[in-house]
Design a protein around this ligand. Structure first.
Ligand SMILES: NC(=O)C1=CN([C@@H]2O[C@H](COP(=O)(O)OP(=O)(O)OC[C@H]3O[C@@H](n4cnc5c(N)ncnc54)[C@H](OP(=O)(O)O)[C@@H]3O)[C@@H](O)[C@H]2O)[C@@H](O)CC1
Ligand SMILES: [K+]
Length: 520
């Protein structure tokens, strides 16, 4: 499903209106979708009152977001509810379709307050007595920091209302910037968001994602082709996408048909990481997984996992030695993919080996952790002869491109997309709302995951899943995006039992089976 910026959304609106679809009809569809979601939300919240006793407060700004709210008030009144409107401004400041919808609300005898006329106590009492708030103060037309009455309203509700009242945002929570997900100083937290025509970036980038609650996309009559035309290839990766992509397994396959993987990982003191990667690959459908590892710890790691085939490599002080490359090169001919990095160490021998791999091999490569830490020349990536998938966290990305972590976090989307394009590879930029970018500009933002997954070894598990899916024949970008989703979903399952506090990387692996079952 497409994710747009406000500017892209405006172009879609404009083209649709110019094609002859009246603006007021778009607004009516937006309002109908909002009212339907409000009706569902009220049912779900089990408010045991007759409809005409259910207090719905609709906060209305001067722009079209407010217009959506005004029209929704009329529809809800028609369905027997008791909506009331609080305008952020005086009535005469509304123009065009918004003025029209205000007149219709008056005609339908809906109670209308003007915020400037309300005493603070009265306003707070209205909010506190509400069963549902519909937030139609600000949508995609927000500019700059919050100001004026809208700032006062949002501050009062956020800071002085008794408790959180069930809230449904129209299009986007007011105060969230649609392009970035940042707040304009403050924002109204929603439990649900009815968003028009397509996701807005601000609903899935943090912190906006935390303000948006459950998001429902409302079809307001804008054609899918229009949305695709003005979008920039950014999509949200959810269960629907996952189900479409999951690799088919034929009933008469043998273990070689499901991908042979070699994992080059581990060093003295780092025996957990290679095990997490190999185990998660085996738990993601791979037929055969080899672990290429320092001879010093090979017996130890191999004894931990029955299904694993351990291949000892020459080493020095527990880290693979430069001369290990010949064996890696020979071995790479036997497999479909090489996954490199978890717990490998990062001395000059490792650096030389990674350089040699990138210069001399041509099989699909997944590079993570220490494999990324030793790359000091991006040309090595760009010139690699095979397919490449990189899975850095913001710290590794920072090292790779020489920006600091906060610069990366403030511009995750563009940075991931540009890097993947410039270096002709698939990139997974990890972190909350992981981004997967393809060399051709397609980009996914992941929808699954939870904060408990920020734990040691979580990335090693992801490397195993990505490698497994790629070796099963998927294209690199889709394998990476599906792996990120599956990893996040397994984390959600794990957290449901373990809590986000107690979740460990091993729990993610333990819950992979539940995700594969859910998707097939
Ligand atoms: N286009 C369409 O066809 C359709 C659009 N749709 C809907 O329209 C929404 C977009 O509507 P929009 O463009 O009118 O902007 P909107 O979000 O209401 O905000 C503008 C108002 O906010 C004010 N304001 C701005 N920044 C502020 C701040 N920081 N702090 C305080 N105030 C601030 C600004 O005031 P001003 O700067 O003029 O004083 C102005 O009054 C979109 O989200 C969707 O819900 C749907 O109906 C489908 C059809
Ligand atoms: K809103």
């Amino acid at each position: 499903m497409e994710v747009l910026t406000p500017a892209m959304m405006t172009k879609c609106d404009q083209e649709t209106i110019e094609a002859g679809y009246p603006e007021i009809l778009l607004m009516e569809s937006a309002a109908l979708g909002t009212a339907k979601l409000a009706d569902e939300v009220i049912k779900e919240a089990m408010i045991y009152k007759k409809r005409d006793k259910i207090e719905i407060t609709i906060l209305v700004g001067k722009g079209n977001n407010g217009g959506d709210g005004l029209a929704a008030a009329r529809i809800l009144k028609n369905w027997g509810y008791k909506p009331k409107i609080i305008l952020s401004s005086s009535r005469d400041e509304l123009k065009g379709v918004n003025k029209k919808n205000l007149e219709l609300a008056v005609l339908n005898k809906i109670k209308i307050y003007q915020f400037p006329d309300l005493k603070k106590e009265k306003f707070l009492a209205e909010i506190n007595n509400s069963d549902l708030i519909i937030d139609a103060l600000l949508g995609t037309g927000i500019t700059g920091e919050l100001r004026g009455n809208i700032k006062k309203i949002i501050n009062l509700i956020s800071q002085e209302a008794y408790d959180h009242v069930l809230t449904l945002a129209v299009d986007i929570p007011s105060g969230i910037i649609g392009k970035t997900g940042n707040t304009a100083g403050e924002a109204l937290k929603a439990d649900y968001t009815a968003t028009m025509a397509a996701y807005k970036r601000g609903l899935i980038l943090y912190p906006g994602r935390d303000y948006s609650g459950e998001v429902q996309v409302i079809d307001i009559g804008i054609q899918k082709e229009t949305i695709e035309k003005y979008g920039d290839g950014l999509k949200i990766f959810n269960q629907q996408e996952a189900k479409k992509l999951i690799p088919y397994r034929k009933n008469y396959g043998h273990k070689g048909d499901f991908g042979k993987i070699a994992v080059l990982a581990g060093s003295r003191g780092m025996t957990g990481a290679p095990l997490l990667t190999t185990k998660s690959a085996l738990k993601s459908g791979s037929g055969l997984v080899y672990l290429l590892i320092s001879e010093e710890i090979e017996a130890l790691t191999s004894s931990q996992l029955e299904e694993l085939v351990g291949i000892p490599l020459p080493s020095q002080k527990g880290i693979i030695a430069e001369k290990a490359f010949e064996k890696i090169k020979q071995f790479s001919k036997k497999v479909d993919l090489l996954a490199v990095g978890p717990g490998l160490g990062s001395n000059t021998a490792v650096q030389k080996i990674i350089k040699n791999i990138l210069e001399q091999l041509n099989i699909p490569l997944v590079l993570d952790a220490d494999a990324l830490n030793v790359i000091n020349d991006l040309k090595l990536l760009k010139n690699y002869q095979g397919e490449l998938i990189l899975t850095p966290h913001p710290g590794e990305m920072s090292r790779l491109i020489g920006l600091n972590i906060s610069e990366i976090n403030n511009n995750r989307l563009e940075i991931a997309r540009d890097f993947a394009k410039e270096n002709n590879l698939s990139l997974v930029l990890k972190g909350a709302a992981t981004i997967t970018a393809a060399s051709d500009g397609r980009t996914y933002i992941n929808s699954s995951g939870c904060n408990g997954m920020a734990t040691a070894g979580s990335g090693d598990v992801l490397t195993g899943i990505v490698s497994s899916l790629k070796a099963q024949g998927m294209n690199s970008f889709e394998a990476a995006a599906l792996a990120v989703y599956v990893h996040g979903r397994a984390g959600e399952y794990a957290a449901a039992v373990e809590s986000n506090y107690a979740l460990t990387a091993g729990n993610i692996i333990d819950n992979l089976a539940a995700v594969w079952n859910e998707l097939t």
